[in-house]
Each structure stands twice: as structure tokens, then as C-alpha cells.
Design a binder for this molecule. Structure first.
Ligand code: 1GP
Length: 255
């Protein structure tokens, strides 16, 4: 197992929560990236996720180079297809879109990427990726040609995650989609948490500290914030503090 994965499972075992900041090359220029890196020196960030559902721009490689030359925070690729691989990153969330029934995103893109990944030094994190319906169609659901999980059916999400874990996936990622109107429900986070033992990542539409706290309290190990930090970079400080205060509380009252 990779060291990134070991760190994630260790943190889960100790009830420690993590913050991932999603950097979408389509929405981020170098100046905004520099600003986020400066903020991340004052307010701990555990991971940068790099990617987006479309990636029209060609500067992902330059952005990763920029981050790696200035920060020690691990960069994990969050690719939407096999074109978005980049060896400069530390690792890759190798997503299998298990909420959908499109074989291309369950296994097809992975077959294309496999020889490249094998040659690379990227740490591979096999991830069960579940898109959840949060009120409007997201780029990810449109581009992947898949139907997201129904918002109010936590049991379907739990069974999907269970199946993903049984197939050998080592992380689960519940995603309401970038810029979702509201995040996935606490009930769904709780159901997936109870159904599986692997670290749980939750993102999409987390744009207040309260929402972040609710998702963490429901059992997410990692929360992902993209849009709200793009819109208001100072949110990084607020949400980082929330994640860490949560960890302090958990340390006093371990489960
Ligand atoms: C989307 O989970 C990420 O894949 C982050 O979503 O941009 O809404 O924070 P937001």
C-alpha cells in the first residue's frame, strides 16, 4: 500500500479529519493559486486535489509544477479521464464511477491509463467514486453520461459503497458535484460510513463552516472544498480551523 494511503487510514483510525482543497485548472490562474498557497501556509491543508470535470485549459501541468516548487502539501490528481495524468503529482485518485453504469468510467479509461500509471511514480489510490443528485445536473454527471445516486436514498449509496469495498476499492468519495446547490445529506454520509471501513471523502457544495462540520460529524474523513475557496479564498482559513477544532474535540472524547 502507498504511504499516502497509509496516512489516510491512520488518520481515520485515530478519528482525525482532513481538509482537501480542490484546484480546478479551468478556474484557477497562477495568481489565485499563489494566494491559495500562501493561505495554506497559515492554515493547514492536508491535500490538494487537482482536476475538474472538463479541464479545457492546458495549464494543469504548469500549475502542478508551480505548487510542487512552493509547497510540501501532497498533490493528488482527481482526473476526469485518462488524458489528465501527470507524473509531477504525488498520487492519483484512481476513480471508478461506481454510482454509474457507464463501463468507460468503471474500467475503460483505466485500461487506457494502466501502462502509463505502471511506468509512473504516482501513488495509486483506488477510489469508489459516487456522484449524488443534488438538485441540478452537474458537469460530472453530464460528461460521464451517468445517472447520479438519488439524494434521499442513503441505503443505495451504502450498498454501492459496500460493493465497491468488496471489489477492492480502498477509498470512497461521495460527491454532490462541483458547485452543488447543497451537499450530500448527513444521513447518506452516515450510511456509507457505517457500511464500509475504508476512508470516506465527501465533497460538493460545502460552502459554509456549518455544512463542513455537519459532514465531518456524520463520518466523513476528508472534506473537499473547491468553489467556495475559488470565490472567497479566506474561506480556506475558516474551514481549516473547523477541521482542526473538530480534531481537538475528538482527541478529548475518543470514540
Ligand atoms: C467536486 O467535491 C468537489 O468534485 C468540490 O466541490 O467545488 O462544490 O466545493 P465544490
Amino acid at each position: 500500500l502507498t504511504s499516502l494511503y497509509e496516512a489516510l487510514t491512520n488518520r481515520r483510525q485515530h478519528g482525525q479529519k482532513s481538509l482537501a482543497v480542490l484546484l480546478d485548472p479551468d478556474n484557477l490562474d497562477q495568481d489565485s493559486c499563489r494566494h491559495i498557497l500562501e493561505l495554506s501556509e497559515q492554515h493547514p491543508v492536508d491535500y490538494f486535489f487537482m482536476g475538474g470535470s472538463l479541464v479545457m485549459s492546458s495549464h494543469q501541468a504548469a500549475l502542478i509544477r508551480f505548487i510542487k516548487s512552493r509547497s510540501r502539501i501532497p498533490v493528488l490528481l482527481f482526473p476526469s479521464n485518462s488524458l489528465h495524468l501527470d507524473e509531477q503529482a504525488d498520487g492519483i485518485l484512481l476513480l471508478s464511477l461506481i454510482s454509474g453504469r457507464n463501463p468507460d468510467f468503471l474500467i475503460g479509461q483505466h485500461v487506457i491509463a494502466a501502462p502509463l500509471l505502471r511506468q509512473s511514480n504516482l501513488q495509486i489510490l483506488p477510489t469508489g467514486y459516487m456522484l449524488v443528485d443534488t438538485g441540478r445536473q452537474t458537469t460530472a454527471s453530464y460528461m460521464s453520461g451517468t445517472t447520479p445516486l438519488p439524494f434521499d436514498k442513503p441505503a443505495i449509496a451504502a450498498c454501492t459503497a459496500m460493493a465497491g469495498e468488496q471489489l477492492g476499492l480502498r477509498l470512497m468519495y461521495l460527491d454532490g458535484g462541483s458547485g452543488a446547490m447543497y451537499p450530500v445529506s448527513a444521513a447518506m454520509v452516515r450510511a456509507v460510513r457505517q457500511a464500509t471501513d475504508v476512508p470516506l471523502i465527501v465533497g460538493g457544495g460545502i460552502n459554509t463552516v456549518e455544512k463542513a462540520y455537519t459532514i465531518l460529524a456524520a463520518g466523513a474523513d476528508v472534506i473537499v472544498i473547491g468553489n467556495q475557496i475559488e470565490k472567497a479564498p479566506e474561506f480556506l482559513g475558516e474551514v481549516s480551523k473547523a477541521v482542526h477544532s473538530f480534531n481537538k474535540v475528538r482527541n478529548v472524547n475518543p470514540e
